[in-house]
Design a protein around this ligand. Structure first.
Ligand SMILES: Cc1cc2nc3c(=O)[nH]c(=O)nc-3n(C[C@H](O)[C@H](O)[C@H](O)COP(=O)(O)OP(=O)(O)OC[C@H]3O[C@@H](n4cnc5c(N)ncnc54)[C@H](O)[C@@H]3O)c2cc1C
Length: 458
């Protein structure tokens, strides 16, 4: 960076209407971190652009002066994605949170990047529509597109890459492009939209996102079912998928997770591995699918089955799953949390989960296993003390072993959280042969390495 700290602030103020840039220490600190365990690093300035043109002007300047630019959504990512490891400009989209256009007849919506998932669903509700991707945190659509997020509903509706129809992107040199269109399908050339989705702010800055949306189901039924072992729960989940039942969510939490939830809330759930499920459709279809599923689960050792239709009771049932990470944070005060995130072919999932649990117990790292089992994706929550080097090393060792197992079985080092800083070394293992191609795309689009440097490709 070849510009003085104070001059950078003046430049950014000049390039945003109402001078929306700051070097306030508290704001810099807020933009130095995400929800991960990675070491925070402060940016030199935080900027709040209002339009693609302002972002284009900021990037043109940053590119000329080789200043890093790091997009910042809600900061909920889990691998250090939005930590400005080389300083520079943190671009915050809180002034770009408009739902620009809803096209109910086309099942499409166009939003600015700072719109959050809940804000979008509130706007869609009056049209009888909803956006299904739910990563748990109230993330921004820009951040979700940039990490190719998924979550509990992906087993039915797919991941972010399946929803994004078009992106307006500002490139490193300030050029503004559109990557797609409004048509449901297209065979026109390389699929650039898919390339930008999941690029974690390293290839361009998204300024408008057009998404596919869905009709709100007439009826929703949620259920939970306990099992004698994690293995039987995973086998039961596979059987549900093979049966072709239109399951909308199917989440596994292990016994330790339920114990932690009971400790931290007013629940008294049976402390056993549990599948949380949801069915979307009309009243008779969800009743039919739920009863079919219950029967199937019983064949695989399913024990206690509880179902809810009322929206409040459903929300209560899902609370245990949604608040799990926070239950662990509260249960281990002062400890840091590492989230592993591998995805495997379904036939390998139960072996991988058993391996993860065994490794955690053998190495001595407390935590739990939970997962989007319908997708073959699971997480281990690893609790450790960040100031005790040996504890951090043990957590790293468990994480490494879980990833190595997944790679050996044809899986991936990250199903949904992305690479950021933490998974870069595993990306080298997983895609050693294609990494040079990825690096050359990065070089072509961002020759001065200003866009979120130090992420994905180191
Ligand atoms: C408790 C908890 C549970 C979670 N569960 C899940 C889960 O189930 N599934 C899942 O997928 N994730 C999960 N996550 C991770 C996280 O919520 C997702 O990665 C989310 O998509 C990040 O969105 P964000 O708005 O917070 O983005 P940020 O964290 O702010 O940024 C993420 C990345 O996107 C880039 N970016 C942000 N905005 C733009 C833009 N406009 N243009 C270009 N790049 C941009 C940033 O530079 C960064 O690299 C969870 C996180 C927490 C804390």
């Amino acid at each position: 960076m070849n510009i003085a700290h104070a001059d950078l602030l003046l430049e950014m103020q000049k390039r945003t209407s109402e001078k929306r840039a700051t070097q306030n220490e508290t704001v810099l600190w807020q933009h130095s971190r995400d929800e991960s365990y990675h070491q925070p690093v402060s940016p030199d300035v935080v900027v709040y652009p209002k339009s693609a043109d302002e972002i284009s002007s900021i990037l043109t300047f940053a590119n000329e002066h080789h200043i890093p630019v790091v997009p910042f959504g809600a900061g909920s990512s889990l691998e250090g994605h939005c930590i400005p490891v080389k300083g520079g400009i943190s671009l915050n989209f809180q002034e770009m949170k408009e739902v620009l256009e809803i096209r109910p007849d086309d099942f499409l919506v166009k939003v600015q990047p700072g719109v959050t998932r809940t804000q979008l669903n509130l706007a869609l509700k009056k049209f009888g529509l909803f956006f299904p991707v739910d990563p748990g945190a109230d993330a921004t659509i820009g951040g979700m597109a940039a990490t190719n997020a998924s979550g509990t509903t992906s087993v039915k509706y797919g991941i972010m890459r399946d929803q994004v129809r078009n992106l307006q992107v500002v490139l490193a040199d300030g050029q503004i492009i559109q990557t797609g269109g409004l048509a449901a399908k297209s065979s026109a050339g390389y699929h650039l939209t898919s390339m930008f989705v999941g690029s974690e702010g390293t290839l361009g800055v998204f300024t408008e996102i057009t998404l596919k949306v869905y009709g709100i189901p007439e009826s929703v039924l949620a259920a939970r079912c306990t099992f004698p072992s994690v293995q039987s729960a995973v086998e039961a989940a596979s059987a549900v998928l093979s049966s072709g039942t239109g399951i909308a969510r199917m989440e596994l939490v292990d016994e330790r997770s339920i114990i932690q939830v009971n400790h931290n809330s007013d629940t008294a759930y049976t402390e056993a591995p549990t599948l949380f499920l949801e069915f979307h459709g009309n009243p008779s279809s969800v009743t039919y699918e739920a009863s079919l599923t219950k029967e199937l689960l019983e064949n695989f050792g399913g024990l206690e089955w509880v179902e809810e239709r009322d929206s409040k009771a459903r929300a209560k049932l899902w609370e245990a799953r949604h608040n799990l990470a926070y239950a662990f944070k509260h249960g281990y005060p002062g400890k840091s949390m590492m989230f592993t995130d591998v995805c495997l072919p379904l036939s390998e999932l139960s072996g991988a989960i058993v391996h993860a649990r065994k490794t955690m117990d053998e190495i001595g790292v407390p935590g739990a296993v939970l997962g989007h089992v319908g997708d073959g994706n699971f997480h281990a929550i690893l609790m450790y003390d960040a100031v005790i080097d040996a504890e951090r090393k043990k957590a790293d060792q468990v994480n490494g072993s879980i990833v190595d197992y997944a790679l050996r079985k044809g899986g991936t080092c990250t199903g949904e959280h992305g690479i950021g800083i933490g998974k870069a070394k595993f990306l080298r293992k997983e895609h050693a042969d294609t990494l040079p191609i990825m690096a050359s795309i990065k070089k072509q689009l961002d020759p001065n390495d200003i866009l979120n440097p130090g992420k994905i490709i180191l």
